[in-house]
Design a binder for this molecule. Structure first.
Ligand code: PMT
Length: 407
């Protein structure tokens, strides 16, 4: 049984019927030795009382942003900073929507906006609310912001319906808490990881460009995973609409040429992962003024080949110890990836099928195949975050085979 002695959990209880499970969660946390502070939303007070939770936790329960005594004893900023982990259980649709939009109208939401600590949410709501596009959007936003989720589970709901929306059980939430508070190995501490992500934009004239559908999601997930493993992480990114992952050094670029120059300027590095969808061609001569319709035939675009960043860095005298390319293919995925491995001189190619029906460009999941001189390894369909974590752990082991990565 993993002890949580010395760890402090801030539990925010939202206003849903599942709030009654907060009692059991507090009891379980106490048996593991964690210090617990609790915030109840106004709606939560309709389901559980501050007194019952204070009795179980042995701590004062906080309910109001505007309590002078509370602010003097422990203000909301202090509440959020003193915790090792913030847990929202139950996270109602309303609370999730407020968090996703950065609202801060009460003690719970103000504390959540002010915290710099990891946050775990245990959603609980009616299944139609869970499946509503607004909730789906909000949960996506929270995931992108780096929040962790446990549940919801399938099952019979208080409203009599059956489906996803039941809050995870207290022992499941506890397991997620233990997982998040476990000290993490940082096998890439002291190592520098260079990552490219997103598309490049190759200008045609001052208002038009050639680009592609890359959203940057896979590359940004890899950057987050590198930070988690302790690496100094340089993210060279084309234009995307994702938040900058905390802890990375962001180098925004537009064109392939700019991406190459930044990558060269970042050498030496220990590992380089080229996830970017770099445009293979640029317009040979960018027009100085906006191209006009002349009434004649449309203008022809004469293209010039862009530098191959992956191949150039693989052959650089300051080449990183491990160079990883991606291969975006629409047919003969592993065959073409094997050719790229040879032609571009990298150590490993992560091949993925980017045909329209795969949904990989812009989607949240990926099915990848690791192609190296050792052979082909097929990974199951996973979230891009899972692919990223598994890949970075593998690279950390390749860098220091004697050290066990991220146990
Ligand atoms: O961004 P997402 O929406 O999450 O989608 C992820 C992804 C599909 C973009 C990603 O998983 C992926 O496959 N990235 C590689 C895209 C690509 O350009 O593949 P490619 O097969 O054309 O290129 C092979 C490798 O050479 C890549 O590592 C690429 O970064 C690199 N390259 C290509 C051309 C070039 N001029 N310079 C390069 O460095």
């Amino acid at each position: 049984m993993t002890s949580l002695a010395g760890k402090s959990v801030l539990l925010i209880v939202g206003g849903g019927i599942a709030a009654y499970k907060a009692h059991e969660l507090v009891r379980l946390l106490k048996t593991r030795g964690a210090a617990i502070r609790i915030i109840l939303t106004k709606a939560a007070e309709q389901f559980v009382t501050p007194l019952s939770l204070a009795s179980l936790s042995g701590e004062k329960v906080h309910t109001s942003l505007f309590s002078l005594t509370d602010e003097v004893e422990m203000g909301h900023i202090q509440l959020s900073r003193a915790a090792d982990l913030v847990v929202v259980a139950p996270a109602t649709a309303d609370l999730i929507a407020k968090m996703a939009n950065g609202l801060a109208g009460d003690l719970a939401t103000t504390t959540l906006l002010a915290t710099d600590k990891p946050v775990l949410i245990a959603p609980a709501m009616n299944l139609r609310m869970w499946r509503h596009p607004a909730t789906v959007r909000n949960v996506e936003t929270l995931k992108r912001d780096g929040l962790a989720l446990t549940g919801p589970n399938d099952g019979e709901m208080a409203c009599g319906e059956f489906g996803p929306g039941r809050m995870a059980e207290p022992d499941e939430i506890l397991a997620a808490i233990v997982g998040m508070l476990k000290p993490r190995a940082q096998p890439l501490a002291g190592k520098k990881v260079l990552i490219t992500a997103g598309p490049t934009r190759e200008p045609i004239d001052p208002v038009r460009f050639i680009s592609n559908y890359s959203s940057g999601k896979q590359g940004y997930a890899i950057a987050r995973a590198a930070v988690e493993l302790g690496a100094e992480t340089i993210l060279v990114s084309g234009p995307v609409s994702l938040p900058i992952p905390p802890g990375v050094q962001m180098m925004p670029i537009e064109t392939a040429q700019e991406m190459l120059e930044i990558c060269q300027g970042e050498l030496p590095a220990d590992i380089a992962v080229f996830t970017a969808a770099v445009a293979d061609w640029r317009v040979a001569a960018e027009a100085a003024e906006k191209l006009k319709k002349t009434g004649n035939a449309p203008p022809g675009l004469s293209l010039a080949e862009n530098p191959d960043i992956l191949a150039t860095i693989s052959r650089d005298p300051r080449r990183p110890r491990i160079v990883v390319g991606f291969a975006a293919e629409t047919e003969k995925v592993t065959e073409h990836a094997a050719e790229k491995l040879k032609n571009k001189g990298c150590d490993l190619i992560v091949a993925n099928d980017v045909g329209r029906e795969s949904g990989v460009f812009g989607g949240d999941r990926n099915t990848v195949h690791l192609v190296s001189t050792a052979g082909i390894e097929n990974w199951p369909n996973m979230s891009k975050d899972e692919v990223a974590r598994k890949l970075m752990e593998r690279l950390a082991r390749m860098l220091a085979p004697d050290r066990k990565a991220a146990e």
